[in-house]
Ligand binder design. Sequence first.
Ligand SMILES: [Zn+2]
Length: 141
Amino acid sequence: MSIHPDVRARGRRFIMTRQRQSILEALEASTDHPDALTLCGRAQRLDPSISISTIYRTLNTFVAMGLVVRHDFEAGKGARFEIARESGHHDHLIDVASGEVVEFHDERLEALTREIAERLGYKLTNRKLQLFGAPNKMAPE
Ligand SMILES: [Zn+2]
């Protein structure tokens, strides 16, 4: 997972305090989509002076800057965060049993959603697709 160069450049112009850098590093190192509290624990391992309010404030700033993407996967549950990535669009499947977030990419879905937008008279600029599922007891072959 690599951060988009434009985003990194934008990040450089922004005053990157040690705390902010640690929060960004902790999120970059995350392979899941942590919520603010989980990220706080990880960032505190890099800088114990980071508080949960610093996490919330910094995440809001990073989201506004386009450095970080915020997801509200499930109503009533905390938002989850990930680094804005250089590589193409991906979608998410949320495991309703464990809360685990599985990323996937499917070109057929890309083409289909573009086609639907065009049929409705639009050029697709963005989309959000979230699948929710329970683990299938039968393992895939
Ligand atoms: Zn993701």
